[in-house]
Design a protein around this ligand. Structure first.
Ligand code: 5AD
Ligand code: SF4
Length: 481
């Protein structure tokens, strides 16, 4: 199941992380337990957690916070005040990785003056064999390392590290079961992340996620719907269904219940807003488009990663669609949902991407005119097939392409935003704006960020806002009287 260095350490193993078994995934409802003697472990102690990466990690941190509070720790927002410091890490690109090692340096300084501090890393980097080897050789002063499949066992991992005063590592490489009783302390009172599935089986050649998050495991609809019904009674307005590849929801379960069925059932709960991320173009069915169109509480916002517009590169990436089929799907969605906003992810500088390949990507951007896009330079990840591909494109050239692409994307983002000027749009008001406390902030149904000039009584409500001014990254609006 896992590689063990000693009875104390369960360390990650790349070969095992690649394996996919046919074993049925078990649903466990009693797996998370805080032993009586650990419930006061954090009494009078503060924890600080820093989260890197995607929504999945944000949501894992919400679980970790609840677990720590079950052990009587209290949250603090300043790392310098903390007795327990956790970095919930991301492995998707090299720069996320470097930021974490920079932070580990800062923690070392803190620990020199306050040796009682317990410090650890968790999340996707903890799942990387090479990272854990680096920790074992250079950062043995860290106290805990635990993986994405080990979160429920945090009370025991933490206790072992404190008792033994030694680095405690627990990282399962082969995913565990679906554990349904992990507590959650949500950051927002109005919108909630809901995992509908874990892991990914797509193995795009550049991507480390299938190794760090394991095989695809869908939650059953009963648990998902119960969670949403509870959120509705707690006053929540919005749920975002989370998965690496949500459109493949249910394919690992033994029935024909798929994403379109789940979306329709979630819509029936009457929660006011439903979002879902991330979609893979491969599994986006006509049925799904139909369900989105028929249900007003499914938001007209779709994140549809393109990655590249070149068929050569898409093939090398293992994406299983072509430029043409992506465009067909895009047009189908826009035709059915003309008001929807569609955003994307694009990687430039994949190994041996030619000028021609890059122009194909620009061509798709010109055709789709995305509402916005996350753009990245290819970052080789240890253990993935693309990391081994020879690459003749210089970093200078890749940077140049990224700049050209960003300029084009920003042009279309501004154009899309301009079409909102003087229009009235529904916004879920979330909070005061951090930049200017005279304003509130919220998102439109189409996921546009709006600064709203309105009374704070509106926080937590969906209100109609007239857009008065637009920029590339945000809009301003005022409440209609
Ligand atoms: N290099 C650059 N970008 C990557 N992404 C995933 N893996 C890599 C990588 N190795 C991007 C993809 C994905 C987004 C979450 O991150 O565009 O959709
Ligand atoms: Fe990575 Fe591809 Fe899975 Fe997305 S679908 S998480 S890019 S392997």
């Amino acid at each position: 199941m896992m590689s063990e260095r000693s009875d104390k350490m369960i360390t990650p193993n790349l070969i095992e992380a690649k394996k996919r078994t046919n074993n049925d995934v078990l649903i466990k409802t009693n797996e998370y337990i805080v032993k009586e003697n650990l419930k006061q472990l954090g009494f009078n102690k503060k924890y600080f957690i820093k989260t890197y990466g995607c929504q999945m990690n944000e949501h894992d941190s919400e679980n970790i916070k609840a677990i720590l509070e079950d052990m009587s720790y209290t949250k603090c927002d300043n790392m310098e005040d903390a007795d327990l410091i956790l970095l919930n890490t991301c492995a998707i690109r090299e720069n996320a990785h470097n930021k974490v090692f920079g932070m580990i340096g800062r923690i070392k300084h803190l620990k020199e003056t306050k040796p009682h501090i317990i410090a650890g890393i968790c999340g996707c980097m903890a799942q990387e064999e090479s990272v854990v080897n680096e920790i074992l050789s250079k950062y043995k002063w860290l106290d805990i390392v635990f993986g994405t499949h080990n979160i429920h066992n945090l009370p025991n991992i933490l206790n072992n590290a404190i008792e033994k005063q030694e680095l405690e590592i627990e990282v399962y490489s082969i995913e565990g079961d679906v554990i349904e009783n992990i507590p959650v302390k949500r950051d927002s009172k109005y919108k909630a992340w809901i995992n509908i599935m874990y892991g990914c089986d797509k193995f795009c050649t550049y991507c480390i996620v299938p190794y760090t998050r394991g095989k695809q495991r869908s939650r059953t609809k009963e648990f998902i719907l119960d969670e949403i019904n509870q959120l509705i009674s707690d006053g929540y307005k919005e749920v975002t269904l989370l998965g690496q590849n949500v459109n493949a929801y249910g394919k690992d379960l033994n029935d024909n219940y798929r994403m379109e069925n789940l979306l329709a059932d979630v819509a029936k709960t009457k929660i006011e807003r439903i979002r879902f991320v991330t979609s893979h173009p491969w599994d986006f069915t006509d049925e799904m488009i139909k369900v989105i169109k028929e249900n007003k509480n499914i938001m007209p916002y779709i994140h549809l990663p393109l990655q590249s517009g070149s068929n050569n590169i898409l093939k090398l990436m293992g994406r299983r669609y072509t430029k043409e089929s992506y465009l067909t799907l895009y047009n189908k969605i826009k035709e059915a949902l003309p008001y929807s906003s569609i955003t994307t992810d694009i990687i430039v500088g994949f190994p041996n991407e030619t000028e021609e390949d890059f122009n194909e990507t620009l061509d798709v951007v010109n055709k789709c005119k995305f509402d916005s896009a996350f753009t990245f330079i290819f970052s080789p990840r240890n253990g993935t097939p693309a990391a081994k591909m020879e690459d003749n494109v210089s970093l200078e050239e890749k940077n140049k392409r990224l700049q050209i692409l960003n300029k084009l994307i920003n042009k279309y983002t501004l154009e899309a935003n301009e079409s909102y000027l003087n229009k009235k749009v529904p916004v879920l008001i979330e909070d005061y704006s951090e930049k200017n406390k005279d304003y509130l902030i919220g998102y439109t149904d189409t996921m546009k960020l709006v600064n709203v000039d309105a009374h704070p009584d509106n926080i937590g409500k969906i209100i109609n806002v007239t857009i008065t001014d637009v920029k590339t990254w945000s809009m301003n609006g005022k409440i209609e009287n």
